[in-house]
Design a binder for this molecule. Structure first.
Ligand code: ADP
Ligand code: MG
Length: 733
């Protein structure tokens, strides 16, 4: 396919403002313009009689001006009365020029277009578009495109039509597959586009605007197919990569850890463990998301995967988004694994940004020598100086908290020579059989010269407590394999959630007193104040003092993000050890903290938190057998009511403990763009299709994509290029 740029000109000439705006909208190629579809339409094809129009209709009328005046009450305005033979209507202008007054002089015939309002004083139109009466009427509806300020509609209409005329609109999907969509009647891509840009007026506008029209269906199906194809391509690209084959030794670390654990795995943990083990045993890199609600026990599953990796003679890295969380993992994994690793001369290493130079250098050396079989840390783990002897598995906890940039950095890290360098050594000392079993890359006939060795990547396991709703899993995350822990460890009592207005704070403090009396522990989370970290801190400090005064004799700790790491550790350590009754904190405890004796979570200004954040916080309690509660303190803004989304969030929290349901509602409240967050920055969200409404088309796309890719790889490539242009890379991140 040859695509000529829509706006082509000599390099020296600077772009005009509208041309720049086109670029900003991502409209670089003819096909981009052709696929830039109208938001809505205006019907200028008809003249309507006032008698037939209804209040609220946007209509075009033609008639004679019968009166004109400027009034000053309530403010200066121009009033023009028009009679069209059936009724009369007053046109009202707050801004106007002498030329307009002249155009609308009494006795002249005009054509006016605007929204009609019926009222006490008769029909009116506010700021209609006016031109002289007569002249031809357009035959098609007038498209209104999504645009930006620097790009006026008439200009955009012109370039879109030009792009449409130039673009290659040849079909990329064989007719038989198209028939499977079940759209009646089936439109060709060309016809669908021509129609949507300039629909004939006889079509039901409603069908166009709610996008249920067959032409829209056709385009939405195309878009969803492109998305599925790009994900399949990402998957396919991975199939050409090699990864070490990791199989646990009989009686090795996996068995030893299982024997040493103080609990038996749940059925769900065993199942996902097997899914992961299956992947690790293959010579292609795993790309799997392990999702499970807060407290479902993902850490031990990760530890078992680490054991398999170490058993097979490779290293494992575990990365967490915050230092506190990484610290908790480290403590737990040291407790579980060090006794097993020590006899083998191996250890667990710890890497973080705040580490002392000497400690860090020591860790780096242990990682490079391979002595550190498991490396736990923050994203310090993927920094340039870190050289793994042979990284076999990378685990990312709370993966949704990492941005795209960090995930790309990790993939880069995994693909670069540090890892590959480990391979020959591994092959030589028999640490595994990856090299011989790996499938060779198809070799390209590039003439003479050495064929580059296939890229080697470690396996990748991502973990998240924010489950991806099904529709998103099938679309944006279709390139991921997903394992789900859908069962909590036994003996947990569900957390009771209470919404409490802020003026009842004293009652909440009484409740804390009662919990402490029973030897329980309590979290109090202070609100995040976006604009000011200092305010944030003051709030937490004041609450800390307030609780100290109200609960004399109780040990009350304070944790906030500005504290030196050593202090944070000391506070967290004391709370974990049960030496502290109440922990007042800013949101630093958000993820992963595990203190089973904590039974009450108080969240102040809960209305300021996001839904998944609230759910995560609530997940910090209810980890032991004691009945636990979560109190959401809320406060409406001064004199007002809570906003609608804040109310929807709190309601969802009170109604359900189910992480999947929470995620589904979060998606509903926020929409996929925000839900996906950083993942989608730079990547195209679906423009036309709606995951909830177009489930049937999504199903079709999921079935059609692998067939198209297998039978017509050239067409598949063309299809993705057409729809996603240069953005494909990012989608796989
Ligand atoms: P999350 O999935 O939120 O990361 P964790 O891995 O932190 O959950 O596990 C939560 C708690 O449950 C931990 O204290 C962990 O040791 C415990 N746990 C995990 N699996 C089981 C199990 N099968 N039986 C009992 N307790 C378990
Ligand atoms: Mg966790």
């Amino acid at each position: 396919m040859s695509v000529s740029p829509a706006v082509s000109e000599p390099a020296a000439k600077p772009l005009s403002a509208p041309q720049k705006a086109l670029r900003k909208l991502g409209l670089a190629r003819d096909i981009d313009l052709a696929l830039h579809l109208p938001l809505r339409y205006e019907d200028e094809t008809r003249i309507v009689k006032l008698r037939d129009a209804r209040d609220g209709d946007t209509v075009q009328i033609e008639g004679e001006v019968t009166h004109q005046e400027i009034t000053y009450r309530p403010r200066r305005q121009l009033l023009v009365s028009v009679h069209d033979g059936s009724d009369s209507c007053v046109l009202r202008f707050f801004n106007f020029y002498p030329s307009q007054q002249k155009q609308m002089a009494v006795g002249s015939r005009i054509r006016a277009r605007g929204e009609l309002r019926g009222g006490f004083a008769g029909l009116t139109m506010m700021h209609p578009t006016v031109r002289a009466a007569g002249g031809g009427l357009p035959r098609a509806l007038t498209p209104v495109y999504p645009t930006v300020a620097q790009l006026p509609q008439p200009y955009l209409r012109k370039v879109v039509l030009a792009g449409l005329a130039q673009a290659d609109l040849g079909e990329t999907v064989p007719e038989q597959m198209l028939n499977d969509i079940g759209i009646q009647p089936l439109w060709s891509l060309r016809d669908a586009l021509l129609f949507l840009h300039q629909p004939t007026p006889d079509v039901a506008l409603a069908q166009l605007e709610d996008r249920s029209h067959p032409a829209w269906q056709r385009l939405k199906a195309e878009e969803l197919l492109a998305q599925q194809l790009s994900q399949l391509q990402a998957r396919g690209a991975r199939a050409h990569l090699r990864a070490p084959v990791l199989v646990p030794a009989r009686g090795g670390l996996v068995d030893q850890l299982l024997a040493a654990l103080p609990f038996a795995l749940t059925g769900a943990q065993r199942r996902v463990g097997e899914e992961i083990a299956g992947d690790l045993g293959r010579a292609q890199p795993m790309h799997r998301l392990l999702q499970g609600d807060v407290g479902s026990g993902k850490t031990v599953v990760a530890a078992l995967a680490a054991c398999t990796t170490i058993d097979a003679g490779w290293q494992c890295a575990l990365m967490a988004p915050t230092e506190i969380l990484a610290e908790q993992h480290f403590a737990k994994l040291v407790e579980w694994l060090e006794p097993l690793l020590a006899p083998r001369g191996q250890r667990v290493a710890w890497l973080t940004g705040s580490q002392k130079k000497k400690a860090r250098a020591e860790m780096l050396a242990a990682i490079e020598s391979g002595e550190a079989a498991l490396v736990v840390g923050t994203h310090a783990v993927i920094q340039a100086q870190v050289r793994f002897a042979r990284l076999g598995l990378a685990i990312i906890d709370e993966q949704h908290r990492f941005g795209v940039a960090q995930r790309l950095a990790l993939r880069q890290k995994m693909a670069d020579s540090d890892v590959g360098a480990g391979l020959p050594a591994m092959g030589a000392d028999g640490g595994g059989t990856a090299v011989s079993r790996a499938s060779p890359l198809p070799q390209e006939a590039t003439g003479a010269g050495p064929v580059p060795p296939p890229a080697i990547e470690p396996h990748l396991l991502m973990m998240s407590a924010t489950p991806i709703p099904r529709t998103l899993a099938m679309s944006y995350y279709a390139d991921l394999d997903v394992s789900t822990i859908d069962e909590l460890p036994p003996g947990r009592t569900p957390v009771v959630t209470k919404l409490v207005a802020a003026h009842r704070r004293a009652e909440v403090i009484e409740r804390i007193r009662a919990q402490i009396a029973q030897g329980r522990q309590v979290y109090w989370v202070c609100p995040l104040i976006e604009e000011s970290e200092a305010l944030d801190l003051r709030n937490a400090t004041e609450t800390h003092a307030e609780l100290g005064a109200a609960l004399p004799g109780a040990a009350i700790g304070l944790l906030h993000s500005r504290m030196p790491v050593a202090d944070k550790k000391a506070v967290m350590g004391a709370f974990t050890a049960g030496q502290m009754a109440v922990l007042v904190s800013t949101t630093v405890i958000e993820v992963g903290v595990d203190v089973p004796n904590a039974s009450l979570m108080v969240i102040e200004h809960a209305e300021r938190f996001g839904l998944s954040q609230l759910h995560q916080l609530r997940g910090r309690v209810g980890r032991g057998a004691a009945a636990s509660a979560c109190v959401l303190l809320y406060e409406a803004p001064e004199g007002g009511r809570l906003g609608e989304t804040a109310r929807a969030r709190l309601k969802a929290m009170a109604e359900t403990n189910d992480g999947f349901e929470i995620a589904r509602r979060d998606l509903e409240i926020r929409g996929p763009g925000e839900f996906l967050g950083a993942r989608q920055s730079g990547a195209a969200l679906l423009r036309f299709a709606d995951l909830a409404e177009d489930a049937r088309l999504l199903d079709w796309a999921r079935r059609a994509a692998p067939r198209l890719l297998a039978r017509h790889p050239g067409l598949a490539k063309k299809h993705v290029a057409r729809w996603l242009g240069g953005r494909v890379d990012y989608l796989g991140a």
